[in-house]
Design a protein around this ligand. Structure first.
Ligand SMILES: NC(=O)C1=CN([C@@H]2O[C@H](COP(=O)(O)OP(=O)(O)OC[C@H]3O[C@@H](n4cnc5c(N)ncnc54)[C@H](O)[C@@H]3O)[C@@H](O)[C@H]2O)C=CC1
Ligand SMILES: O=C([O-])CC(=O)C(=O)O
Length: 259
């Protein structure tokens, strides 16, 4: 049975712990860590053998096979390299941090040398398998339009308003908790997406529209996500997608569909 440690004890982590408890993910949780350690207490009740780590070294002392970052881009900058250096696989939700070329290159080099895997889940999006595949055919155009209810974006508007238009790297810097999907998309495509962020008081779902143009295919992907009841900025699909990835990684064998 694989051992799992979690950085961040918020909305996504809560869903993951429930999935472990239900046996969907075949793993044992060895440690929790959060800037606000009291947030780990509730999760620890569901995984009583797990330790609440005060820092990354304490977390690594529990000898996890896999660490899941479901915290913040800052957490990726603080801990990702250390996890990989310890020879431990890593799942990164706050993918925006990986648009920093220097960090990505270091992480990639270190991970290759040590045979470590760093996974970025499809998260609140869909179709990154096809985007990755189309890289080989050359992608001409890559767009992401994210439309969320104003409260998810922390603004108050009475009519739809474009808050941002520009490259993904700037989008994830300005909206660190709302468009990590822009980074996952860019990393899958091997090029930076053009991003538009819209606050729309008429909608209730976190909506992402992706357009990919290449010689082989034109993709238009529209995802209308129910926000997480625990965090309106985060779509429930982000946790479900991570659970699905963890289910695959921790499973000892069997038929799996899709790549
Ligand atoms: N790639 C994707 O598709 C998606 C990514 N996300 C990202 O995933 C991350 C987690 O999302 P949620 O669970 O909804 O967030 P949340 O706000 O519910 O929970 C995050 C927890 O991490 C803790 N935290 C933040 N920085 C930390 C640090 N440096 N060290 C230790 N703990 C830290 C916070 O105290 C909080 O308890 C966020 O960065 C979010 O933007 C969210 C949705 C989709
Ligand atoms: O959950 C979503 O819709 C997207 C999100 O917050 C992110 O990418 O950071």
């Amino acid at each position: 049975m694989k051992k799992l440690a979690l950085i961040g004890c918020g909305a996504i982590a809560s869903e993951i712990v429930e999935a472990v408890n239900q046996g969907v993910i075949e793993a044992e949780i060895t440690a929790f860590m959060d800037l606000a350690p009291e947030k780990c207490l509730r999760l620890q009740q569901l995984a009583p053998r797990a330790r609440i780590a005060r820092n990354i070294e304490e977390l690594l002392e529990t000898r996890p096979d896999l660490v899941v970052e479901a915290a913040s881009q800052e957490a990726v900058r603080q801990y990702a390299l250390r996890v990989v250096e310890a020879g431990v696989d890593l799942v990164v939700l706050s993918a925006g941090a990986l648009l920093d070329k220097e960090l990505l290159e270091k992480l990639n080099r270190e991970a290759e040398q040590r045979g470590v895997h760093v996974y970025v889940p499809t998260g609140a999006l869909a179709g990154l398998d096809a985007v990755r595949a189309l890289r080989r055919a050359g992608i001409r155009r890559l767009l992401l339009r994210t439309v969320k209810p104003p409260k998810s974006l922390g603004v108050e508007v009475n009519e739809p308003r474009v808050l941002y238009r520009g490259p993904a790297s700037e989008a994830v810097r300005l909206y660190p908790f709302n468009v990590n999907v822009a980074a996952a998309l860019s990393l899958a495509a091997g090029m930076e997406a053009e991003v538009e962020i819209v606050a729309d008081p008429r909608i209730e779902r976190n909506t992402h529209i992706v357009i990919v143009e290449s010689k082989a295919s034109r993709l238009e992907i529209r995802v209308e996500n129910v926000p997480s009841p625990r965090n309106p900025r985060t779509s429930l699909l982000a946790a479900l997608s991570t659970i699905e990835l963890l289910r695959r990684i921790t499973r000892s064998g069997g038929v799996e569909v899709g790549s």
